[in-house]
Design a protein around this ligand. Structure first.
Ligand code: ATP
Length: 205
């Protein structure tokens, strides 16, 4: 099984990296693909450009093979749609795919481009957070609910699973705010990423 964690990674931080590793272990995945979004369709555009966000991911991951940086969305023009990303991954992998999304994103899932078809391509694993209340599940979702993690392996796609993980209180928004106001973000993200941010004068205001 392969895990997929998309995001803006503006910048990547230990919240992303720890949860990706924890998910790899929890689901016994071959690897987790970190997929930076080139042009988000659901939120304001990023501060660092796509190439800078990929550079920071590379510095953060180093030669840790459990995490793979997949920059495919940078090669596509226009908005980055998860549907297109999963379709491309399906062409390459016959294995079970797990798409990880936060519970806040799950609450908005029905607004995503071709959202119902995402279930033809992958299982969706919602990473639950104590502070976010989940919307009640429609029949479409109830039909797909899987309660036993072991069953995910039996199908390449189609299920909905909820997983709680240790949530570190770190967000990219908070890190950008700290840098803009001259505070030190050390120990929230890798030093190599901080050095890159300083060198490229990112997030200063
Ligand atoms: P921003 O503050 O700019 O919205 P973010 O820190 O939430 O950014 P994203 O790049 O939007 O980071 O997140 C990518 C994925 O990582 C999402 O699925 C998100 O839920 C998850 N994630 C973000 N921060 C954490 C964290 N501290 N712990 C676990 N998962 C996280």
């Amino acid at each position: 099984m392969i895990g997929i964690l998309g995001g803006t990674f503006d910048p990547v931080h230990f919240g992303h990296l720890r949860s990706a590793l924890e998910l790899k272990a929890l689901f016994e995945l071959d690897h987790v693909r970190l997929i930076p979004c080139a042009m988000p369709s659901h939120r304001s555009q990023t501060t660092a450009n796509a190439n800078q966000r990929v550079d920071m991911l590379k510095l953060a991951v180093g030669n840790q093979h459990d995490l793979v940086i997949d920059a495919q969305e940078l090669d596509r023009a226009g908005y980055s749609y998860t549907f297109d990303t999963l379709t491309a991954l399906r062409h390459h992998y016959s294995q079970t795919l797990l798409l990880f999304i936060g519970s806040d994103a799950f609450n908005q899932l029905t607004t995503w481009y071709r959202w119902q078809e995402l279930f033809d391509l992958a299982h969706i694993v919602v990473i639950t957070r104590p502070d976010i209340v989940l919307n009640s599940l429609s029949d479409f979702f109830k039909k797909r609910l899987i309660h036993d993690k072991k069953r995910l392996k039996s199908y390449p796609a189609g299920g909905l699973f909820f997983q709680e993980i240790t949530q570190l209180a770190i967000s990219a928004t908070a890190i950008r705010g700290m840098i803009a106001s001259g505070r030190n973000p050390r120990f929230l993200l890798p030093d190599a990423v901080i050095d890159y941010i300083t060198q490229h004068q990112l997030y200063k205001d």
